[in-house]
Write a protein that binds this ligand. Structure first.
Ligand code: NDP
Length: 255
């Protein structure tokens, strides 16, 4: 029996990239996993099928974050389906992973792109978590996916870095607010990971891949599983005494 047997987890953006790896890892550890997605139904269905093929338990939840009614849509879908898949309502592990990366120096960043990044990366996790609090069992876990870009100055993703800095501030403050319930709140800050988010400039571009690999002390580009394993640790009982922290999962980028 896995270490998360009997627990229920929601992974936002669980249909692709880092979120998919997190969903699969938490399911492998025994959790029932709600795989949230925004637009790509086929990708979310594929994750659920993969989890079930391994003997795990999962279902999909749809909601396009950053749109009016997003949080209500997500929780309505979650509440309906969790009872079809489990004997108990509520939630044990919330992973706020869904995010977007607008690219551009400060001069190139439009108000529209800035607002969308704030809506998806900052506003959505805040209100989604607000509505999670009444569902989250005492002793639960909140894990926010941040970014190494809050420590390393990358001028071409300045608006994105701002939103992730806000996520870390949220983590710190929420950890204090929820401590009396035994709920831990932590951020995980990945470095460059080979996902669709980076496909346009990374995949098939040997020079870009080499310079991305050289950023890390470990000399390679990260894989989604590198981050998922850190999230699994934070979700586990082993991390019960860790809260309000940002765990750097950049493979030692720019040390
Ligand atoms: P991907 O682009 O590969 O996947 C994004 C996931 O989030 C998809 O499941 C997507 O679902 C969902 N999503 C995106 N926007 C929305 C939206 N508006 N509403 C609902 N769902 C949405 O991203 P990554 O896996 O690379 O990134 C995951 C997290 O990790 C993000 O928060 C990102 O900022 C962070 N991160 C990533 C790094 C990297 O190098 N890849 C580095 C540091 C941090 P759908 O396809 O259905 O829209």
């Amino acid at each position: 029996m896995g270490t998360l047997a009997g627990k229920t987890a929601l992974v936002t953006g669980g249909s692709r990239g880092i979120g998919r790896a997190i969903a699969e890892r938490l399911a492998a550890d025994g959790a029932l996993v709600a795989v949230h997605y925004g637009r790509n139904t086929a990708a979310a269905d594929d994750v659920v099928a993969a989890i079930r093929a391994e003997g795990g338990h999962a279902f999909t939840v749809h909601a396009e974050l950053g749109r009016p009614g997003d949080v209500e849509t997500l929780w309505d879908g979650y509440d309906r389906q969790v009872l079809q898949n489990s004997e108990q309502a509520g939630l044990d592990i919330l992973v706020n992973n869904a995010g977007i990366t607008p690219r551009g120096e400060i001069e190139e960043t439009s108000p529209e792109a800035f607002d969308e990044a704030v809506a998806v990366n900052m506003r959505a996790p805040f209100f989604l978590t607000q509505q999670a609090l009444k569902r989250l069992h005492d002793g639960g876990r909140i894990i926010n996916v941040s970014s190494g870009a809050t420590r390393i100055a990358l001028t071409d993703i300045i608006a994105y870095a701002m939103t992730k800095g806000a996520v870390d501030a949220f983590t710190l403050t929420l950890a204090k607010a929820l401590g009396s319930r035994g709920i831990t709140v932590n951020s995980v800050a990945p470095g460059i990971i080979d996902t669709d988010m980076n496909a346009s400039w990374l995949r098939g571009n040997e020079a870009a891949e080499q310079s991305a690999a050289e950023l890390s002390a470990l000399g390679r580009v990260g894989r989604p599983e590198d981050v998922a394993d850190v999230v699994a640790f934070l979700a586990s009982d082993d991390a019960r005494w860790v809260t309000g922290q940002v765990l750097d999962a950049t493979g030692g980028s720019q040390l």
